[in-house]
Structures are given as C-alpha cells and as structure tokens.
Design a protein. Structure first.
Length: 272
C-alpha cells in the first residue's frame, strides 16, 4: 500500500485490496479471511507486478480486467473506456423513460457495452442496438453481452453514431459519447491520458463533435414521445447541449445532476 500512496494514488487502501484480491482470486473483503496465511512466492511476485503497473498509472480496472456497473461485471480492456459510476444515473433515467412492453433502445458509443447490458438486464422485454465506431471496442462489447447472456436481445454493430439505425421506431436513444475538448488532453489524469482510448474521451475543439451529431439525428429514429438521453462533461457544456436539444425541436428538455451534484445529463422527447 505504501508504494501506491507514494505514487499519489488516493485512497490507496481499496486499490491495494482489489489488486491483492485479484491475485488471490477472491472477493475484495475475503482477503481479510486469509490474513494469517503467507503469500506464496508466485502470488507475492504477481502482487508486486500488479502494484508496479498501478504505480506507473495503469487504471486499476485494466489491471484486474473488469469493473462493476449497475451490478454487472463488465470486462474492461485498453480498447474501452472504464465504465464510470456516474453513468449508472444515466441508465436509471433511461429506464424510467422506457414504457412497459417490448421496446427498442439504441446505445450510441457503447464501448464496453455497459449501458446496453444494464438496460437489457433491468428490462427483459427490451431489445438494444449498441453502436460503436471502434471495431476493437465493439469486440469487447460483444464479449460482455455474450458472457452476460444478453446476445439474443442486444446486437452490437460497428457504426458511426446513428447511421446504422433505420427510422423505424426506437423508444429510447441513450449515449455517453466522447465529450471533452481535444485541448484538455494534457490536463487529464494520467490514467485517462495515457491508458484510455482517445476516441472514447476527446471530441474536437469544443468537445461537441459527437454529441451534436447524435442530437441532430436521433429524432429521425425515435418514435413520437421517444426519448434521447445523453451524458455531457457538465458545467457549461450541459447548458450548451440542452440548448442544442431545444434548437433541434425536442420537447420537455431537462437536465439532471450526477451523484456528485454536477449537472451532467440532458434528456428530451421527440416532438411532432
Ligand atoms: C465515453 S465512451 C463511453 C463508453 C460506454 N458507453 C460507457 O458509458 O462507458 C464513448 C464511446 O463512443 C465511441 N465513439 C466515439 N465516436 C463515435 C461515433 N462517431 N460513433 C459511434 N461511437 C463512437 C468511442 O469509441 C467510445 O467507445
């Protein structure tokens, strides 16, 4: 743990616990049941290697290979963004806007497939089309969807925003696209800057390159009263995106905060 602290990783204890649990192949808190046992030399080496990777800046989730999202275990590789806890609030909001009965959802920029998987898990009556520009990320999404048993209802396609979606009755379009301005790259934490895919994080000079295209095109595929919900960078961007929704003719445009109180999500309904 001292090595993690010295590398500026805070809080270091949970990360040390996760790394050790991964090496031992047990749950995080099960490591305390084994405190009186000595680590075998092979396990001690593996733990040291994992700590070295973490102190060099590699995200914990890439080292252990997974992250929990809406209660699901999502496999993570360097090809996908690590699912973030704030995005769980976007899923909750999308679910609240999905009427009962068989419905269709499109998840734009699915990455690991976490949003698509969480929606399929919560709503067995829903089918999801998960679109992803990066073929490498789409492969990870497909693996996650298959491993979780949702392959019959979630289709992952390699596609640019909504270009693969026909205008035939989507109830909800949900997206957590890249939204940071390119110039922010040097200021990002090294875990993101050096280890997460640039195409998952950066979106042009103003960060709006992908969001603007989703807002412009989603009404084409949505049923009347269907919802578009997106995650943004928060702060000024959330207002800029809400204004974009208004200009594009969405009704009931609303903003919601994430768990930290940052106004982060925008939703609207397709008008006439
Ligand atoms: C911020 S990540 C989100 C991943 C996942 N949905 C999540 O919430 O963790 C954005 C994803 O959008 C993908 N992406 C970027 N531009 C895209 C585009 N034009 N069309 C489709 N997907 C795109 C990226 O490759 C990346 O996987």
């Amino acid at each position: 743990m001292a090595a993690l602290e010295a590398a500026g990783i805070a809080p270091a204890r949970p990360e040390a616990e996760w790394l050790l649990a991964d090496v031992l192949g047990v749950g995080r808190f099960d490591i305390y049941l084994a405190l009186d046992r000595e680590l075998s030399p092979a396990k001690a080496d593996a733990y040291e290697r994992a700590v070295a990777r973490r102190t060099a800046g590699e995200p914990l989730q890439q080292i252990v290979g997974w992250e929990s999202f809406c209660g699901l275990r999502i496999r993570v590789t360097p090809d996908v963004l690590v699912p973030r806890p704030e995005t769980e609030s976007l899923v909750e909001w999308a679910l609240a806007r999905l009427p009962r009965g068989p419905r269709r959802v499109v998840d734009v920029g699915t990455g690991s497939g976490c949003i698509a998987a969480a929606i399929a898990h919560a709503r067995p009556d829903v089918s999801v089309l998960a679109a992803e520009l990066s073929p490498a990320a789409a492969r990870v999404a497909r693996e996650n969807i298959a491993a979780l048993g949702f392959a019959a209802r979630v289709r992952v396609v390699v596609a640019d925003v909504l270009t693969a979606v026909a205008p035939d009755g989507v109830d909800v379009v949900v997206a957590n696209p890249p939204y940071l301005p390119d110039a922010m790259l040097p200021a990002l934490p090294r875990e993101i800057r050096n280890w997460e895919p640039r195409g998952a994080v950066l979106a042009g000079a103003d960060g709006l390159r992908v969001l603007a295209r989703i807002v412009a095109d989603a009404a084409r595929v949505l049923v009347r009263d269907g919802s578009l919900l997106v995650e943004t960078a928060g702060d000024a961007q959330v207002d800029a995106v809400a204004a974009m929704f208004e200009r594009a003719g969405y009704a009931e445009v609303a903003i919601r905060a994430d768990l930290t109180g940052t106004r982060r999500f925008v939703a609207g309904r397709r008008g006439v």
